[in-house]
Design a protein around this ligand. Structure first.
Ligand code: GLN
Ligand code: ZN
Length: 769
């Protein structure tokens, strides 16, 4: 049975690509040096896959920044504003490429980068292709050919990977009115076909075209585009074997379309779309064809060991209907979304051997794929590798490290009342008005203040034991007091302690909760050179002790003004971690919700009257298919309510969200029932606020009046204008004045200037009424 891989992480096991790219951008190394590092990573990746005995090894899965941008350059979809970089001079492709990725401010040019957005429901971000009405396509970059030839020289006939034409178009954006991007297919196809022909001429036997759009809701016209595209491709390169890869979900109503494509193989994701397997095995036309079926049995997006029994059962079911010869085995998706190599986790104080034995990173996943393919052909029950695998699965299933009866018990006892505040918002607002005595248009910030090198060094030294706990805490307390005095001087109404003790809003809580572990090197690419190292939730989550009370209580004790407690919400913690796969996400979210609830209650007991529970990632968790939205939103909102509802009416609960569109989920946001929500709106000039206005959103709201992503200091007038705009749609008594998000990435001088202007703007607004 043929094993293959859909794509390998390209950052390098030591994040070599990140380092080299950043050096290149800073002008510290030249392009040859960067290309050398890139080539080395590619060669290493191929060597790793060869050593693992993967049958078909991918090429062109590597990218210096993003695989979607690579295709834009390959098919010459280069937006007009970059054409000034095209003229004449040779060797400019790399400059153009990074200009599209990151913008270009040099030699008198000032060109904006392309927009970036999330790749399906992952935390990877791609650069959104831009299309115009008269869009032309023309083969521009030879990257895919060069990488194929490079591997060929090493004796490997790779399977080049490229984003399929239909998904590519669907991921793009129409930059003008009056056309449908899918109608560009006709012009795009000749470029794809010519590339495929060239690959065939150079000796390629298989090519993988990724069409993950096949797991999305599609219109009839979009479905038809798949047929058009692949019929044309089939006719033009009849002998090149084409594999169409779908992943991240089930085919559902796109099954007929996918099953009917005139290609040589179809890949399905069995970790997120197992339903497609049964459906395909009952699909007469597919069964009666000669098409191969690639079974994505090893999860490309998580870090858990594969359960060989489960995978082998899928394979047997498929083999019975299709025969073994028609099956291929692979990871569910590209391994881009997994960390590189579990073998690099050598520090047993960070990742204990028992938990490590349940895990598998990209390199280990390759071995699993090959092992599963081997086991399939033998009496697996007696095989040593199989037995060992099942032992690991079994220990994990029953481990007391994972299962905490008291946590599981508490979860079963959660009842309706636990999700509800005592009284509705109207009553709470009245009580809070009396108790908190806040002025009209109260001002606040979102939580973090500039994380200076000094503060970072403090934490780093503490981790390295270069500071005693006492020294460290004294220094943090000094930072807190300084920031309190500073906020008081500015005249902010609800203060924050500044989050100086936190490196990351999820990691900080993960470190204090049970059921979480961290890795030394479990980096995953987020975009470009940006990588994240998500915590791993392996077991039942519990809060052994208060996590933030000490800092918040200290801050409150040091100011006459209200100081806001600051927490990360359950959905965001879930969304930005690797999550256990042995129970529904909902259960894990509720466990975290209960832990945060305990913290909220303890903060209240310690005299904190305003508590913010950040949920910036609520929207990110939305399922790919609309039909699944309501179920997700129900439990996501419930998890938040569970965390918030343990306090008295007079305690004011805030939440915060950013990077969001709110229109289609506004009822869920309202259902969270936070007393105050602060949101990002300044970049859209308050447009995002319309959703709240149209919905008659009842609770208090702080639409961000300035963009914290830029060092630019907004003027008073600008902010007054935005606030006036907000006042048109939000009742005055509900309006707060605050920035868009936390200020940790900013410097102090601009922060001070911006907040000072913000307070003046709020004051002018008050006077104006
Ligand atoms: N409280 C966090 C901060 O201020 C919120 C960050 C976020 O929304 N991403 O940094
Ligand atoms: Zn934010």
């Amino acid at each position: 049975m043929l094993s293959h891989n859909l794509g390998y992480p390209r950052i390098g096991s030591q994040r070599e690509l990140k380092r080299a790219s950043e050096k290149f951008w800073a002008g510290k190394i030249d392009r040859d040096e960067l290309q050398k590092v890139a080539r080395k990573i590619r060669h290493e990746n191929w060597a790793i896959q060869q050593a693992a005995r993967i049958g078909l090894i991918p090429s062109n899965d590597f990218s210096l920044y993003d695989q979607v941008l690579d295709i834009s350059l390959t098919v010459g979809a280069i937006p007009e504003r970059y054409h000034q970089l095209l003229d004449g001079k040779s060797n400019k492709e790399l400059d153009l490429y990074f200009a599209m990725a990151r913008g270009y401010q040099r030699d008198g040019h000032d060109i904006k980068a392309m927009e970036m957005t999330k790749w399906f429901d992952t935390n990877y971000h791609y650069l959104v292709p831009e299309f115009t009405k008269n869009q032309q396509f023309k083969q521009y970059s030879d990257k895919i050919l060069l990488e194929f030839e490079d591997a060929l020289q090493k004796g490997i006939v790779t399977k080049p990977v490229l984003l399929g034409p239909v998904t590519y178009l669907l991921l793009g954006k129409e930059k003008e009115e009056g056309f449908d991007k899918i109608d560009l297919l006709e012009k795009l196809l000749p470029v794809y076909i010519s590339i495929l022909k060239e690959l065939y001429a150079r000796g390629a036997t298989w090519v993988q075209l990724d069409e993950p759009a096949l797991v999305l809701d599609l219109t009839a016209k979009q479905k038809l585009a798949f047929e058009t595209a692949y019929s044309a491709i089939r006719k033009s390169v009849p002998k090149l074997k084409i594999l169409v890869a779908t992943y991240f979900g089930a085919l559902e109503d796109n099954l007929d379309t996918a099953a009917g494509l005139p290609v040589d193989a179809l890949h399905i994701d069995l970790t997120r779309g197992a339903g497609s397997l049964c459906a395909l095995l009952e699909h007469e036309a597919f069964v009666n064809s000669t098409r191969k079926l690639s079974l994505g049995v090893v999860d490309g997006r998580n870090i858990w060991k594969n359960d060989y029994r489960k995978s082998l059962e899928f394979i047997s079911a498929a083999a019975q209907v299709l025969g073994e010869d028609r099956l291929m085995i692979a990871p569910s998706s590209s391994l881009l979304h997994s960390p590189c190599d579990l073998d690099l986790e050598t520090d047993e104080t960070i990742l204990t051997p028992d938990i490590k034995n349940w895990m598998s990173f990209a390199k280990q996943k390759l071995a699993e794929v090959v092992e599963i393919a081997r086991l399939e052909s033998i009496e697996w029950v007696l095989d040593k590798a199989f037995i060992e695998n099942q032992k690991a699965i079994e220990t994990r299933r029953n481990s007391p490290l994972i299962h905490k009866p008291e946590v599981e018990d508490r979860l079963t006892k959660v009842c309706d009342a636990d999700f509800n505040r005592l009284n509705n918002f109207e009553i709470r607002q009245q009580i809070q008005l009396e108790k908190l005595k806040l002025p009209l248009f109260p001002s606040t910030t979102i939580g973090s203040f500039p994380q200076t090198d000094e503060v970072r060094l403090l934490r780093a030294n503490m981790k390295k034991n270069l500071l005693t706990l006492e020294e460290y805490e004294t220094r943090i307390r000094e930072e807190i007091v300084r920031s309190l005095r500073w906020q008081e001087d500015l005249g902010i109404d609800v203060l924050v302690h500044g989050e100086f003790e936190r490196n990351d809003m999820v990691e900080y809580f993960g470190e204090s909760l049970s059921g979480f572990v961290f890795t030394q090197n479990g980096w995953v690419q987020s975009y470009g050179s940006r990588c994240v190292k998500p915590p791993v939730i392996y077991g039942d989550v519990e809060r052994p002790a208060p996590m933030t009370v000490k800092w918040s209580a200290f801050a409150q004790a040091n100011s006459q003004k209200l100081v806001k407690g600051m927490l990360t919400g359950p959905v965001t913690i879930l969304q930005w971690s690797f999550v256990r796969d042995d129970q529904p996400r909902k259960d894990t979210a509720f466990q975290i919700g209960l832990a945060i609830r305990d913290e909220v209650v303890d903060l209240e007991k310690a005299g904190i009257k305003v508590i913010q529970i950040d949920e910036p990632a609520i929207r990110e968790g939305l399922p790919l298919r609309k039909t699944n939205w309501s179920a997700y939103l129900k439990w996501a909102v419930d998890a938040f309510r569970l965390s918030a509802a343990g306090v008295a009416d007079q305690t004011q609960i805030h939440t915060h969200m950013c990077y969001s569109e709110f229109n289609d989920i506004i009822d869920s946001i309202a259902a969270m029932d936070a007393d105050v929500i602060t949101i990002e709106t300044s970049r859209s000039q308050m447009e995002l606020l319309d959703a709240f206005a149209n919905f008659n959103y009842p609770n208090e709201i702080g639409p961000g009046v300035y963009d914290i992503h830029s060092p630019r200091v907004p003027t008073v007038d600008e902010m007054v204008l935005l606030l006036e705009k907000a006042l048109k749609v939000i009742p005055a008594r509900n309006l707060w004045v605050n920035p868009d998000c936390g200020l940790k990435t900013r410097q102090w001088p601009e922060t001070e200037a911006a907040l000072r202007n913000m307070i003046v703007a709020g004051g002018l607004l008050r006077e104006g009424l």
